[in-house]
Structures are given as structure tokens and as C-alpha cells.
Ligand binder design. Structure first.
Ligand code: SF4
Length: 244
């Protein structure tokens, strides 16, 4: 008979793999003072990624989740919310328990996601108070940005899950002329408007953190055309243009 070890009960959940923490921000969750927890790991490879060092997951993570939780506990009363960002937080199987830990301290929870893992996102949405969802391109052209086949299918399923959940959310698109020509930006905005997205943001590419020299060398002067921005703004009840 095969030897058996002692019964250790249910397998202990793994801890979140934390790649970094920003203890205080007023810009990552609309209207809320928040801390941001950056989660390691992302299956996509966008050339404009601002955190390429977070794409791989290390064996232990850069920070122990318990140490981060202790930090957050000392911030009760000073912060409104905790935002999980990345990397791609929904790729971490420990995110659900981690969110429960944070909610037990009384914080609201925000989630930045590119929609890489729609099934897990669907499970997490009832725990989350606000979502910032990246929409990278027309869903059929996603691989041009993410360099991963079928990524658009996952992003679309994630968007549909967010809409069905009733959670507050913003869709946002990062703009770079090499990846998203102006004609494509308008078509994408029209698609999202037709899908009843009410809160949309365009974020003009910043070189900060980006490791792609070719993208970094392109001037953003005059891009995108202000007239185009005006047309897009008119498609949404709430619209924001973010520039560096
Ligand atoms: S989905 Fe986000 S984290 Fe992942 S590679 Fe793209 S920009 Fe970076």
C-alpha cells in the first residue's frame, strides 16, 4: 500500500504574489484615497506596458502579503480603498481571499484589469466596488497590441461580465499611433458606445516604465487630433482624456 502522510486538512490557500505597493494615491480609484497593490504576473505582452518587470511571477513575490495587510491595517481611517493592479491581478488565484482580507478591514476595493481571466473575474466581481477595465483595441485586433492570440475573446467576455455584474466601472484605452491609428480609435469608441459603455477614458501613451525603444521614440505631439477627441467625447455620458 502506498504510504500516506498526515491529514493536513484543506490545502492552505497560496498568498497573493505582490510585486509592489503604493501606500497613498488619489488617482487610481475615482474620488477615493487609496493604496495600490501591484500583483505579479500577466499572460499578455503589450509593447507599451508600464510595468514589464511585473509580467513574470517570482517564486515568492517581492513582498509578503501579510506584511502588506499589516501596513493596510495601520492605515484604517486614513484610506478609503485598496486597488489591486498589476501585472494582471485576476491571474492570481489568491486574489479572492486577499480581497476578503481587505474588506474585513473596512476598505472599498478597486480592481484594475485587462480582462485576461474572465471566469475568475466573474467570481470576483461581487466582492469588488469599482473596476478600471482596459480595452486595448477592436476585439478582433487585440493580438496586435497584446501579442497573444485570442486575447480579444477574453477581453470581450470580461467586459460583458463587468456589465452584467452592475459594478461601477470605467473602460479605458491607451493610445499610441503605432498601435492604434486615429481611424481605429474612432471605430473602437463607436463600438463601445453601441455596447452602452457610459464611462470611457482615453490615456495617451507615456514613456514612463515602457521598455520599448521604438514606441518611446515616437512623438505624441498633436496626437490624437482634438477634433477626433471631441467626436469621441460626444459618444459617452462620461468621458476623460488623460495626458502626461
Ligand atoms: S495587459 Fe497590462 S500588465 Fe499585461 S502586458 Fe499588457 S499592459 Fe502590461
Amino acid at each position: 500500500m502506498k504510504p500516506r502522510g498526515p491529514d493536513l486538512g484543506p490545502k492552505a490557500p497560496r498568498s497573493l504574489k505582490v510585486g509592489g505597493v503604493v501606500p497613498f494615491t488619489a488617482t487610481d480609484y475615482p474620488g477615493q484615497i487609496a493604496a495600490v497593490v501591484f500583483v505579479q504576473g500577466c499572460p499578455w505582452r503589450c509593447a507599451y506596458c508600464h510595468n514589464p518587470h511585473l509580467q513574470p511571477r517570482t517564486r515568492k513575490g517581492a513582498f509578503a502579503w501579510q506584511a502588506v495587510l499589516d501596513l493596510l491595517a495601520r492605515r484604517v481611517g486614513l484610506l478609503d480603498a485598496v486597488v489591486f493592479s498589476g501585472g494582471e491581478p485576476t491571474g492570481d488565484p489568491a486574489l479572492g481571499q486577499t480581497i476578503r482580507d481587505v474588506k474585513a478591514l473596512g476598505f472599498k476595493v478597486g480592481l484594475h484589469t485587462a480582462g485576461t481571466h474572465p471566469r475568475r473575474l466573474r467570481e470576483l466581481l461581487p466582492l469588488v466596488d469599482w473596476v478600471g477595465l482596459d480595452i486595448k483595441a477592436a476585439f478582433g485586433d487585440y493580438a496586435d497590441v497584446t501579442r497573444v492570440a485570442s486575447s480579444g475573446k477574453h477581453a470581450l467576455a470580461s467586459l460583458e461580465a463587468v456589465q452584467a455584474s452592475g459594478v461601477q466601472y470605467e473602460c479605458r484605452t491607451t493610445l499610441h499611433p503605432d498601435l492604434l491609428p486615429e481611424s481605429e480609435i474612432l471605430k473602437l469608441a463607436q463600438t463601445l458606445s453601441a455596447m452602452n459603455i457610459t464611462n470611457y477614458a482615453l490615456q495617451v501613451f507615456r514613456t514612463e516604465g515602457c521598455a520599448d525603444d521604438q514606441l518611446n521614440a515616437v512623438s505624441m505631439a498633436g496626437y490624437p487630433d482634438p477634433a477626433l477627441i471631441g467626436r469621441i467625447a460626444a459618444l459617452f455620458p462620461a468621458f476623460t482624456l488623460r495626458r502626461a
